[in-house]
Write a protein that binds this ligand. Structure first.
Ligand code: ADP
Ligand code: MG
Length: 286
């Protein structure tokens, strides 16, 4: 049999069985809300670890200057989904995305995307705080040095500004040359947030940023997220439903790699239209 070079490759064998299990690849999420001129438009996103498909036809709009929460049970694809936005998955071989993720009108999955520029525009905060083994000052100055030519004084001003916006300045202003790793977990996470926002990203991805932080530290980071959304667009992955309820404007519920439902957080939490969503938010599984 002849195959045309333009013909899309067939789905890997591994996922045929998954589709049969009800992954419903053509299935569109229940969407209750339209996002006018979204910051990010995800269309038909599939993701594979080798031949193992873990995201199925994800379609989602992310509203500018709001917080969008991504919720769902462990292993449903939350981290994988947001890691496509800055193509950080490409650090590994065999990880592959299909579909489109349009940020400000440009599909970042296109081959001609400048990855350094993309990662400047799309910042990321991880589950465990990841400060560099350098001083507090150098942690925050790092991205500024990488992306901008700044003089000493301007650099110091920008570091201070980022630490203030991360609501950390008062706690660290007298010990900027101390190692960032000596701070508490919550403070370390705020150093990482300061480092990310110092370079003025347009989009901030946060992957369970409070999961390793105590309740007081968590409350401070939640307040910070509410403040940051005035300036940045935020996607917050969380398994903490109360947190999603407190800080997010929109919520997407993921299940087995499929976006089951998307809408205003209030609506998703009070009157979800899918049984699966209701079961999850009422704690019946997950
Ligand atoms: N590096 C990897 N290689 C292979 N499979 C992976 C890898 N990372 C995650 N997965 C699988 O992809 C699926 C989604 O994982 P993930 O995105 O981490 O889910 P979540 O963040 O919702 O817990 C899971 O089945 C997980 O086992
Ligand atoms: Mg995860």
């Amino acid at each position: 049999m002849q195959t045309s070079p333009n013909e899309p490759a067939g789905p890997p064998a591994a996922h045929a069985g998954e589709a049969a299990r009800g992954h419903a690849q053509g299935h569109a999420a229940s969407v209750h809300v339209e996002i006018p001129s979204p910051k990010v438009r995800v269309r038909g996103l599939n993701f594979y670890y080798g031949s193992h498909q873990v995201l199925f036809n994800n379609t989602l709009d992310i509203a500018a200057n709001h917080v969008t929460a991504i919720i769902g049970p462990s292993g449903c694809g939350k981290s994988t989904h947001i890691r496509v936005y800055n193509r950080i998955y490409e650090l590994y071989r065999d990880h592959r995305a299909e579909g489109s993720v349009v940020i400000d009108g440009k599909n970042v999955l296109d081959a001609d995307t400048d990855l350094l520029d993309l990662r400047k525009r799309v910042g990321m905060i991880f589950q465990k705080p990841t400060p560099f083994p350098t001083s507090i000052f150098e942690n925050v100055a790092y991205g500024l040095r990488q992306h901008y030519k700044t003089g000493r004084e301007e650099l110091a001003g920008r570091v201070e500004d980022a630490l203030r916006r991360a609501v950390l300045w008062d706690e660290v202003k007298d010990k900027l040359s101390r190692p960032a790793t000596a701070l508490s977990g919550g403070q370390q996470q705020r150093v990482c947030i300061a480092r990310a926002i110092a370079i003025e990203p347009e989009l901030l991805l946060m992957d369970e940023p409070c999961s390793s932080i105590d309740p007081v530290g968590t409350a401070r980071i939640e307040e910070l997220i509410m403040e940051l959304k005035k300036r940045f667009t935020i996607v917050l992955v969380t398994h903490n439903m109360q947190q999603a309820g407190r800080v997010s404007d929109y919520t997407a519920f993921f299940y087995q790699g499929v976006i089951v439902e998307f809408g205003l957080t209030n609506q998703i939490f009070t009157k979800p239209s899918e049984k699966k969503t209701e079961d999850y938010i009422t704690g019946r599984f997950g």
